[in-house]
Design a protein around this ligand. Structure first.
Ligand code: ARG
Length: 246
């Protein structure tokens, strides 16, 4: 009967809304990393990574919720199940791949050295007997460890990259090693910073990926599908242009 058909349609609609609302993927990000992730005046988490993950999610037909999460321990939120993915300018490294899975790369980066304009440092090896600030557990930390030794007290570790840069401005460290995008963004937005950039030719290319709990193939497939889709239809380029001007 007509009434039955209407009931059937109503319950089908209800079911599909429920199925759609069922899974919201929880995203961890250390939002002290402009232009990739930061908190604006309205207390919203914004940035390149956030625009990318939202666009990827929309193409993949999934929902995401952003959570500002300290970098230290950010990957543990995956294994504990508190978060489903980390979108935080995370470099894909062989060591990290042992304990988590990564999406396809979505951004190319490299390390840069920031020093005072008055500094005589001109390259990476000149940091050997210097105090170097890094964000704990980043690829910058790893690279500096290779030169200075893991336990060298001259490596000054900070819980965020802005704190490391602040210490450089205060003269507490001689240099900071961090991702290019963040260093360039800081100097561009703080004209009075009196810092300069050293681009060392020995630094390798790095690639950012979204990290998920090891074995979560289903989510990786969704993310990769989304990444491919935003690259194919120009969405990625638009976001890139918004944050990097090209
Ligand atoms: N790319 C570097 C790494 O993966 C630094 C990332 C830091 N990200 C952040 N949101 N603080 O180690």
């Amino acid at each position: 009967s007509k009434k039955n058909i209407i009931l059937l349609l109503a319950s089908a609609t209800l079911l599909s809304t429920q199925a759609h609302a069922a899974k919201v993927y929880q995203v961890a990000t250390d939002a002290a990393y402009a232009p990739f992730e930061s908190v604006n005046e309205k207390k919203e988490i914004v940035g390149f990574d956030m625009d990318v993950i939202k666009a990827v999610a929309s193409k993949a037909g999934i929902e995401v919720k952003l959570h500002n999460t300290p970098w230290e321990g950010i990957f543990a939120t995956l294994s504990s199940g508190d978060r489903d993915l980390v979108a935080s300018a995370v470099t894909i490294t062989p060591e990290r791949k042992q304990s988590m899975d990564f999406s396809d790369p979505y951004f190319e980066a490299k390390q840069l050295i920031a020093v005072s304009k008055k500094s005589s440092i001109t390259n990476f090896t000149a940091l050997k007997d210097k105090k170097v600030g890094v964000q704990t557990g980043t690829t910058g930390d790893e690279i500096v460890q290779k030169l200075l030794g893991k336990t060298n007290p001259n490596i000054k570790r900070f819980e965020s990259t802005p704190l490391a840069i602040k210490e450089l401005q205060n003269g507490g460290v001689d240099a900071v090693v961090a991702d290019n995008g963040v260093v360039i963004n800081f100097i561009a937005n703080n004209k009075s910073s009196s810092l300069k950039i050293i681009d060392d030719a020995t630094f390798a290319k790095e690639y950012y990926g979204f990290a998920v709990k090891k074995g979560n193939k289903e989510l990786i497939e969704k993310l990769n599908k989304g990444i491919a889709a935003i690259k194919a239809d120009g969405t990625y380029d638009k976001i890139h242009k918004k944050y990097f001007g090209n």
